[in-house]
Every structure is written in structure tokens, then in C-alpha cells.
Write a protein that binds this ligand. Structure first.
Ligand SMILES: [Zn+2]
Length: 74
């Protein structure tokens, strides 16, 4: 099963390899274009990151719509 190639969508929560200074590594996807607009789930800060950078750093996608695809417990 290869779920790691899944694309993030607006409304998803992504877990990135790089954590925010507040300690959270979970980000809600607010907008996707040339840049991703993300909201930190720890402190609520909004950031814009280049799409290529975000996609390389995604460790896990937690979709709000379909949870069953994302069972990667550890
Ligand atoms: Zn934060």
C-alpha cells in the first residue's frame, strides 16, 4: 500500500518533518497554489511555504474526509 504519494488537499492536516518553533509539526492546509498556506495546529500561526518545499517535507497526511487511508500508527 503506498499512501505516501497522496496529495494534500485543502482541509487536510499534514504532518511535516519540520516542526514549528512552538513544538507542533501538524499543519492545516488552507490554500494550495504555487505556495501552500498553512495554519499551525499548535499556535494558530499562518505561514506560506513554496509548494515544492512542503511536498518534500510531508510525512503524513491526515485527511478530514477519509480517515481510513491514513492509518500509520507508530
Ligand atoms: Zn506553531
Amino acid at each position: 500500500m503506498s499512501t505516501e504519494r497522496r496529495r494534500a488537499q485543502v482541509g487536510d492536516v499534514v504532518v511535516l518533518r519540520k516542526a514549528h518553533p512552538c513544538g507542533s509539526d501538524r499543519w492545516e492546509v488552507l490554500r494550495i497554489g504555487a505556495d501552500f498556506r498553512l495554519r499551525c495546529q499548535g499556535c494558530g500561526r499562518l505561514v506560506m511555504l513554496p509548494r515544492s518545499k512542503v511536498e518534500r517535507r510531508i510525512r503524513k497526511i491526515e485527511s478530514a474526509a477519509d480517515q481510513e487511508e491514513d492509518r500509520e500508527v507508530r
